[in-house]
Design a protein around this ligand. Structure first.
Ligand SMILES: *Cc1c(COP(=O)(O)O)cnc(C)c1O
Length: 454
């Protein structure tokens, strides 16, 4: 092992250098991938030096998500203390299902969950768990809501039209989950949004009434804290009373923007969060932990047990249910996603998490100011969002993003809203500062000029 740890250090240092020298890896065409790199698995072992050489080549051509040219996704950068925690978790290699096997790691997970419940104003009956990503956190919320609404579903299966409401710009996992859990995609109502991409409460209520008139069974409303394209925050204060009136489970999908709970300045964006039934947050997005680190908390922990516990004598042999986390999780064997978040939180404190969040909004403001000050740009997004959506000189967004990627200049993506395509610059990457934003715009402008794109 010591020899491989040495090799690991050597490779990691090369990666850090590469991120600076070649911040956007030159992409390999998919039809040339297997000819360019030796990815083959063979009958006989590889020599150590051959393995090292191949690993180096793979590292060089893998997209650099921690470089200062990566704006492509809702994650990026590297929080070194979080990476440290994750490396340790790999070395320790516990499985989180029982106290017997995970020991104090159970307490680490629970401490994070209880702190988040406290911060958002859930009471002592609340609890949560770590899920394998935001899509699965949403899945768990939907399953708990389904079982609360009709507890016979767990044994008899779905035998009525159970209806889900989510905005037309919410994450696709809501539709996919409806299919996975036997409710069916046709039972997901796409609620209309206003000009800023927030769910229209009036349209939500209208659709609920229609379903009730048709003898359908409304049971779940998904609100979003940070929509995937525009970064819009649905208004929980407006949506929550409607859920109370019709006795519907209210989930807040904060995979993208939920981390505003740590910021005094921005937590107003999720005002009313304490009235939700469940809330999910991805620490691997705004907080910059390594992938993946997704958390779901629930106002009343009995629903976690009701939907996810299963007796298993071969597994649960010691300690109480509060310490045997397998009773409230989606998986059986489960990797330790808590330690990386805990090492980050422990080292920077809650005020440090606040700074991480506030900085992203500050950089987004800076990017928006630049766009507003330069007439060649059109801005599509609003204040209070770290997704800065724009077009430059009316160049087709998809064409420009693809050319920037193919030329190994910048990694940035595009999106659309109300039938308009635009570039989506996300200021979530923990490695960037204002200077990198200026460089981003400069690189883009120079690229357009030299390639004669406008
Ligand atoms: C990213 C995202 C998800 C999905 O999270 P994964 O961890 O990628 O599964 C869900 N909802 C929203 C709003 C997101 O931005």
């Amino acid at each position: 092992m010591n020899k491989d740890l040495k090799l690991f250090n050597e490779l990691a240092e090369i990666l850090l250098k590469e991120e600076k020298q070649q911040p956007v890896a030159k992409p390999i065409d998919t039809d040339k991938l297997y000819k360019t790199l030796d990815l083959s698995l063979n009958e006989h072992p590889s020599l150590d030096e051959d393995l090292k050489k191949t690993l180096l080549e793979i590292i060089k051509s893998t997209p650099k998500t921690a470089s200062t040219s990566f704006f492509n996704q809702l994650f990026g950068g590297r929080m070194s203390k979080a990476t440290l925690g994750d490396l340790l978790a790999v070395m320790l290699n516990n499985s989180m299902y029982t106290y017997k096997v995970a020991g104090p790691q159970v307490g680490i997970e629970k401490t994070i969950l209880h702190n988040i419940c406290d911060i958002i104003g859930y009471d002592k009956y609340s609890d949560g768990t770590f899920a394998p990503g935001g899509s699965m956190s949403n899945f768990m919320a939907m399953v708990m809501a389904r079982d609360k609404h009709n507890s016979t579903v767990r044994t008899a299966g779905v035998n009525s039209k159970m209806i889900v409401y989510t905005s037309e710009v919410s994450h696709y996992s809501i539709n996919k989950n409806a299919a996975l859990m036997g409710i069916g995609r046709d039972q997901v109502r796409q609620v209309k949004v206003n000009a800023e991409g927030q769910m229209l409460a009036s349209d939500l209520e209208l659709k609920i009434k229609e379903d009730l008139a048709n003898n359908n069974q409304p049971f779940f409303v998904n609100a979003t804290a940070g929509t995937t394209v525009l970064g819009a925050f649905d208004n929980v204060e407006e949506i929550s009373p409607i859920c109370n009136t019709y006795n519907l489970w209210l989930h807040l999908d904060g995979a993208y923007g939920g981390s505003v709970i740590f910021s005094k300045k921005y937590k107003h964006l999720v005002s009313g969060i304490e009235k939700t039934d469940s809330f999910s947050i991805n620490a691997h997005k705004m907080l910059g932990t390594p992938l993946s680190c997704s958390i779901i908390v629930v106002q009343d922990k009995k629903y976690l047990n009701q939907s996810f516990s299963n007796d298993a004598e071969y597994l649960y042999q010691t300690d109480g249910d509060d310490f045997n986390l397998g009773k409230t999780s989606l998986q059986c064997g489960r990797r330790n996603d808590a330690l990386k978040f805990w090492t980050l939180w422990k080292s920077v404190g809650t005020t440090g998490l606040e700074k991480i969040v506030d900085k992203q909004f500050e950089i987004a403001d800076y990017a928006r100011d630049y766009i507003k000050a330069h007439p060649d740009y059109t801005l599509y997004s609003f204040e209070d969002s770290i997704s800065v959506c724009f077009n430059y000189k009316a160049i087709d967004a998809k064409t420009l993003c693809t050319k920037l990627y193919e030329s190994a200049e910048l990694m940035v993506g595009y999106g659309s809203f109300n039938d308009t395509d635009f570039i989506r610059l996300v200021t979530i990457n923990s490695s960037i500062d204002k200077n990198d934003i200026s460089n981003f715009f400069k690189s883009l402008e120079t690229f357009v000029k030299t390639k004669n794109l406008a």
